[in-house]
Design a protein around this ligand. Sequence first.
Ligand code: ADP
Ligand code: MG
Length: 402
Amino acid sequence: METLLPGARLGVLGGGQLGRMFALAARRMGYAVGVYTDQPGSPATQVAERAVVGSYEDGDAIAAFAVGVDALTLEFENLAASAIAAAERVTRVRPGHLALHVTQHRSREKEFLSRCGLPVVPYVAVTSAAELEAAVTRFDSGCLVKTAGFGYDGKGQVALGRVPDAERLEAAAALVSAGPVVVERRLELAAELSVVAARAADGGFVPYLPVINSHVDQVLDVSSYPWAPQATAAGEGPRLGRLDDPTGGLLTPALLAAAVEATEAVFTGLEFVGLGCVEFFVAADGGLYVNEVAPRPHNSGHLTIEACATDQFEQQVRALCGLPLGSAAPLAPAAMANLLGDLWGGGELDWAAALREPGVRLHLYGKASARPGRKMGHLTALAPDGATALARVRRARSALAK
Ligand code: ADP
Ligand code: MG
């Protein structure tokens, strides 16, 4: 397939922060960027040459947008797969509708992962109230009921204890009446990992080293990337220092290498071309499970902007355009902290105090109103070691609200 050189017109479906950072990377490299969004003034449109406002369900409007670009990517997977298929008829679309069809539906995704021989959290696909009742009794450690489609940041999920109370059961029943769900065992998590990676049209696969993630209320809070520039020697899996493994030893080189291998299996199985991410759970007994797949840049990959030779958004541009994929090598240990709207509760934030912390970089997404739970921006800290990077980014974030 033809290589699209700087000057070509790239389109992105979705106007949020991922689209914004894609557009910034693409424009830095000399491409023209158009954004298709359902929200006028959204973060990506502020930095793009061109914006089209329309519905994500409207295949005709998306196809019309696709006619005006040389290649199309996405920052958001909850698009009608039929709209993507329509766009594929008029321009290059990466990732394509197959990857989207699988990853936008939790039970399809889990079936696909199981077919690939990858471990998923035990689950049952449920479509009726009667099935729900039967399913919740199967998991003696409690379970999570998750909508099969259109969930993100823990939205569309209900956690049920071993003996669920009536109110939560009602909330779970409401999810089922709105559409199919999966009921999955609640694991006792020792850690969460993610592997961001790119795959080229010729099958070339370039993974980043794993990121260690901590969540608060099911939303990513802080990511840690404790990798020194020469993190792996030839033939050896990535090895964490003692201080950088929050589990005190479960994140062995073999487990980390298995996560990277699983990511390659997922990308190959999906015939994925582009930049994406696989999320993993590490259970308290050391078991590794694939949680879910994002067919687009990932919040946990934001720290690659400062910490890696090529960041996830430039890699997305390269994969889309058929340029050589860049090196994903670490440049420095780093950590990232999300800035949610909740932080704005007490009025003006002290940006100077946060930026006084050495090695800290600020990213704000240009969102007008700081609603609780809304991802407004993030901070990344670089440091000589992972523990210092984490301490810096946490201190910087705390300093904001003082
Ligand atoms: P989302 O699409 O909202 O990211 P996830 O399935 O990744 O949905 O769930 C969000 C977070 O909720 C996870 O990162 C994890 O912290 C927690 N979580 C989800 N499923 C489980 C589970 N089966 N056991 C324990 N924690 C879970
Ligand atoms: Mg997730």
